[in-house]
Design a protein. Structure first.
Length: 92
């Protein structure tokens, strides 16, 4: 019988890889939308400034949505808080 259980170290490594990949995914998404400042068009600088995603529940948000993502206008925020802050789309 094959052992399908993972050790705690393997689980932690998988979690870290998923969070690391999510930062890269965020960068690729923002890059494709052309919403990054000049400094953050480089993935290593983006990763250094933003840091690792704290948890799977966090989103990278802008404080001022009229400006592009930049070191002084972006932060990790829990998605639940962010969704509450957004105005609801109401049908007229």
């Amino acid at each position: 019988m094959i052992n399908t259980y993972r050790t705690a170290d393997e689980a932690d490594r998988d979690k870290a890889q998923a969070l690391h990949a999510s930062v890269t995914h965020a960068w690729l998404t923002l890059q494709s939308r052309n919403q990054l400042c000049q400094r953050w068009r480089s993935l290593p600088l983006f990763r250094r400034d933003v840091g690792e995603r704290p948890s799977w529940r966090h989103l990278l948000i802008r404080d001022d949505v009229s400006r592009e993502f930049s070191p002084d206008n972006a932060r990790w925020q829990i998605a639940k808080w962010y969704r509450r802050r957004r105005p609801a789309n109401r049908r007229q």
